[in-house]
Design a protein around this ligand. Structure first.
Ligand code: TNX
Length: 687
């Protein structure tokens, strides 16, 4: 239905939708029962949520495992712990090395990776076939047993082990994510976890077309998304404002097409850039090392002014006919650059052999560099004023032929399911419209199902990571068309991919994807602020069993934000920007290394580091008990949060002079309104 597709492009969908997300004024704290009858008090909703912070003794794992039983006691990771790959499981060695690499910076332990039989205190990795995982056809699941004397992680595939490694990281204290040495101790609760995904596709889309991002920045995002068990990176490589990957034979695509980005902050155009093919291959390899598959997308036949601007005058190109102007079916002829956020004005002409030559080169080269199953044609938002439905369908069909000829499966925005396209399963339609139930806006999803296509669910009002969290938050980042009153964590969490659209069930849905569109985000700090923590909500929806995720009051949601509360300090320790949503009762985390006093038995200066997500330094009250019967206040200093950046880690400093030499057991305690008080112990040696 072309009208549906063109709705948003004419901005009429944005204006037409009056989506409202009512937020109850005050929501009471509820008690959530956990396995083994542990009970944790978590609080729901904004803004006075955090009065009851969750107990830290309950493992706070996201995505929530299929089953978790919490036992008594803890396992201690020490400098003598080894990572042991069971004999016969040698294919697990790369994952064992990953685990060692994750644990080394913060602990300082160069944990040896060995093959053989574990001893007390070791972490063992086994490739096997535990009966509990037989419901998991992709082999992404794992079984994790932690006892006081050791850890055993078992999975069917290395990918399953890797997913288990991400859970191990979350069972350790928040500071494990730090790239610098931290004091520990490094304990994990005794747990038995059986875990595998609900959906095989758990994606993050990044638009490097609207704003260029360098490969190194994307690799940092891969690293963070992998920790949430996201397994797909969908790269939106081309749009009206930029073409970002070198295509041999068509140098103009990047030298001209890569010149700029969407203008922000009063600029007509922001700086552009592009990746070499070696850059792309390195990102693909880095993703693979994180068990993530890259899906390349060059949007077509619309959203491609950058291609048209690059090739329209490329008359000397031997791969073109000498008159490539016939590629242009845009609203403007000749085409003109438009670095605004406009959409729906560009289209390539399906009948042109020059169009075919350009698109064939792009598809051939990108599929050759992409080991995954899918190539994404885009296919969204081409107004019928530019191409008729049959012209549109003929374009998609011809691209599908090229893609399938390269042994790949076609993926695209759900618009590609419209009349005349001859797509079938296993082709994938990504559903982006906010419409749910049997609203007319759901037609692309139902058309796709009728064709037998598979569906990735990404309804814009639940999965578009470029939408603002709240009305005007964060200004100046973000869009509002799908989320007029904001799409905070609750909106990303409280929906179900398998019942969102009437007639589209888990028999059709292969997974979910968060889409990080790039119009307003100029660097990776901005991207991270929009992506985190909402990606965690999508990761849980994609991975964890179906739950009654219905509203701010649902037990599933309160349980989720209780677990999310622990993630803030982890992100801070890792140096990742994020939005400290007021829906979440963020936990504080404190690290205090041992101290040696001066020869005059004096301590003066920093004694601890505090992660206090969203709090200003002045909001935290810190006290040091020096262990000799005296206490004094500590100063809290550091960088406060801004409208687009999380606050920095805070430094706690104090001054004290001991009256006698000796060894003192000191504590530092921090309280902040709405968070549970935290305490860290440290030893002071007064010589
Ligand atoms: C929709 S719906 C888009 C993108 C924009 C985004 C902005 C769809 C497939 N595409 O072109 O960047 O909205 O929110």
């Amino acid at each position: 239905m072309r009208t549906t597709r063109t709705m948003r492009s004419g901005r009429s969908l944005r204006n037409w939708r009056r989506l409202r997300f009512a937020v109850p004024a005050g929501v009471a704290a509820v008690a959530v029962s956990l396995p083994l009858s542990l009970t944790v008090q978590v609080a729901a909703a904004t803004p006075a949520v955090a009065d009851l912070a969750p107990s830290t003794s309950v493992p706070q794992v996201i995505p929530k495992p299929v089953s978790m039983t919490v036992g008594q006691g803890t396992f201690s990771l020490t400098s003598t712990t080894r990572i042991v790959v069971a004999t016969g499981s040698e294919a697990a060695l790369p994952v064992a090395n990953d685990l060692a690499a994750y644990l080394q910076p913060a602990t300082g332990f160069p944990l040896p990776v060995v093959t053989g039989t574990p001893q007390s205190g070791d972490i063992e990795l086994v490739l096997g076939n535990p009966g509990t995982l037989q419901a998991d056809p992709d082999g992404e699941g794992y079984q994790l047993d932690t006892t006081t004397s050791g850890v055993t992680l078992e999975a069917i595939t290395p990918h399953g082990l890797y997913n288990g490694v991400q859970t191990i990281r979350q069972l350790l204290p928040a500071w494990i994510t730090s790239s610098s040495l931290q004091p520990g101790p490094w304990t994990m609760p005794v747990v038995q976890i059986t875990d595998y995904p609900r959906y095989s596709y758990r994606g993050l889309m990044l638009d490097i077309a609207r704003h260029y991002e360098p490969p190194s920045a994307v690799e940092q995002l891969i690293n963070q998304a992998a920790a949430d068990k996201i397994n797909t990176l969908h790269l939106h490589l081309s749009d009206d404002q930029g073409f970002r990957i070198v295509i041999n034979g068509f140098p103009n695509l990047t030298t001209i097409g890569g010149e700029g980005s969407v203008g922000t902050g009063g600029r007509t155009m922001d700086p552009g850039g592009y990746w070499t093919q070696a850059d792309y291959q390195a990102v693909v390899a880095d993703a693979a090392a994180h068990f993530m598959t890259v899906i390349p997308e060059v949007d077509s036949p619309g959203h491609n002014n950058a291609i048209i601007m690059s090739e329209y005058n490329d008359t000397a190109n031997p791969l073109l006919s000498g008159n490539p102007q016939d590629i242009n079916c845009s609203a403007n002829n000749p085409p003109v650059w438009d670095y605004t956020q406009d959409v729906g004005y560009s289209a390539m002409c399906p009948a042109s052999t020059n169009t075919t030559a350009i698109m064939t080169a792009i598809i051939d080269q990108l599929t050759a560099m992409s080991p995954g199953l899918y190539y994404d044609v885009g296919g969204d938002e081409v107004p019928t004023t530019l191409l008729s439905q049959s012209q549109y369908a003929s374009f998609i069909n011809s691209e599908a032929g090229i893609i399938q000829g390269q042994g790949k499966t076609v993926m695209g925005w759900a618009d590609i399911a419209g009349a005349g396209t001859n797509l079938a399963g296993p082709s994938v339609a990504e559903y982006w419209n906010p419409a749910s139930g049997s609203h007319s806006g759901t037609v692309t999803a139902t058309e796709a199902v009728q064709k037998g296509m598979k569906i990735v669910m990404a309804p814009a009002n639940h999965a578009y990571l470029d939408q603002r969290y709240q009305k005007n938050v964060p200004a100046p980042l973000g869009q509002t068309w799908a989320c007029k009153s904001g799409c905070d964590v609750d909106q990303f969490y409280n929906w179900d991919p398998g019942s969102y659209v009437t007639g589209v069930t888990d028999a059709n849905v292969i997974g979910v994807e968060g889409a990080m569109w790039g119009e307003t985000v100029v660097n990776m700090s901005d991207v991270d602020y929009m992506v985190f923590p909402r990606l965690a909500a999508l990761a849980e929806i994609g991975w964890s069993p179906k739950a009654a995720r219905t509203s701010l009051r649902s037990p599933a949601y309160t349980d989720f934000i209780g677990r999310l509360s622990a993630q803030g300090a982890r992100l801070m320790a890792a140096g990742i920007n994020f939005y400290p949503s007021p829906e979440v009762p963020w936990s504080l985390a404190l690290a205090a290394p041992d101290v040696t006093a001066s020869s005059q038995d004096q301590v003066s200066g920093p004694v601890a580091t505090l992660a206090a997500p969203g709090y200003a330094p002045s909001a935290a009250t810190a006290t040091i008990n020096w262990g000799d019967g005296t206490s004094s206040a500590a100063t809290v200093s550091g960088t406060a949060p801004t409208s687009t950046t999380i606050n920095g880690l805070y430094t706690l400093a104090g001054t004290h002079t001991y009256s006698a030499s000796g060894t003192y057991q000191a504590t530092v305690t921090v309280s902040a309104k709405g968070a549970a008080t935290v305490t860290a112990h440290f030893t002071v040696t007064a010589p």
